[in-house]
Design a binder for this molecule. Sequence first.
Ligand SMILES: NC(=O)c1ccc[n+]([C@@H]2O[C@H](COP(=O)([O-])OP(=O)(O)OC[C@H]3O[C@@H](n4cnc5c(N)ncnc54)[C@H](O)[C@@H]3O)[C@@H](O)[C@H]2O)c1
Ligand SMILES: [Fe+2]
Length: 366
Amino acid sequence: MSFSVKPTVVECDNLQNFFKQWEVGPSDLIITNEYVLSPHLGGGKAPCDTLFQEQYGKGEPSDQMIDAMLKAGGGKEYGRIIAIGGGTIIDISKLFVFGSGLTCEGIFAGGAALPRKRKLIIIPTTCGTGSEVTGISIVEFKAKGTKIGLAVPALFADEAVLISSLLNTMPYEVFATSSIDALIHAVESYVSPKANDFTRAMGRSAIEKILAGYQGMKGEKKLPEDKVSFLIASTLAGIAFGNAGCAAVHALSYPIGGGYHVPHGKANYMVFAEVFAAYRSLKADLSPLEVVLKNALHDSSADIWKALFTLLDTVLGRQPLGELGVNEQTCAEMAASVIKNQQRLLANNPVKLSEEDIKKIYIRCM
Ligand SMILES: NC(=O)c1ccc[n+]([C@@H]2O[C@H](COP(=O)([O-])OP(=O)(O)OC[C@H]3O[C@@H](n4cnc5c(N)ncnc54)[C@H](O)[C@@H]3O)[C@@H](O)[C@H]2O)c1
Ligand SMILES: [Fe+2]
């Protein structure tokens, strides 16, 4: 059994107080989006240099975007990198801890052998990835047409600072995709062979908070009042999967996210139901998780999965893969890509999935 929480997790009430208490100044670099940062500056300026991701590419992190950002912001010897954003900003910022003169490919090749040169503070502005507490960075490698994760100890933040007021400007779609991502982190890690009492306690709490929050929304597609609860749930789920791992849902979503530029949480949701249906037909023992879901949903019906997906469908539409232009041939290619590139994740499945099983899951999602 093994369990650890690496970054110190701190709550702070607003960004101005964070700047004061952490004495943010000229030796720091903030990596963010201008439209996420500026509503919190009270008309003033940030107290240090800033690097705005949207100037270097659109969407989730790619090797090309990261190389352009490392070149633009990597030269000065900053003491601290401060990430203020969703998983995109956070995963990019993690790669800045190695100092200047590196490329994304070089960092992934160097991995654990690379020395860390800078401190890292992470402030999440979505309620999903839990990346503020994981030592993982996930990047789309354009030439490979998929996302690949690097998991090394140097990528852990020193501190994760939770400021829930930063979530107020999230578009509804970002809330929906990111919170479903957090729920999937909690669910996948709960049934991982690496799960233990500590990860399950975190995962269970995250599941309860997210499902209670969704039930409270009563199908309305607007940001919930209680964003703190979703923010804490995503960090709890991050600690759970950072220790016990994510599995096939994430593995199968990466060729969709990378190949068709579907946001991460949405790509996960496209395959979530069918991956768990496949586990059930392969006789995985999901009963402890089903008890947690029944309690969280206050639902004792025999098919708790149907009840779960009925609720989740009110939060985020489940797009069929066919609408992206996926056909049987691409399902086979994506299944081959999963087997080749995602063994780190497939190792955490509660039952083994073959390439044929994975292809069939994709076909059922069409
Ligand atoms: N490293 C990990 O442990 C880990 C875990 C899960 C997911 N991820 C990665 O995280 C990424 C997805 O992150 P995400 O779901 O947080 O979305 P995101 O960071 O891609 O953000 C989605 C959009 O919302 C905007 N946004 C974010 N916060 C906002 C706010 N408060 N106000 C207004 N706009 C805001 C962003 O600028 C972006 O345009 C994927 O690349 C995924 O692979 C990483
Ligand atoms: Fe995720």
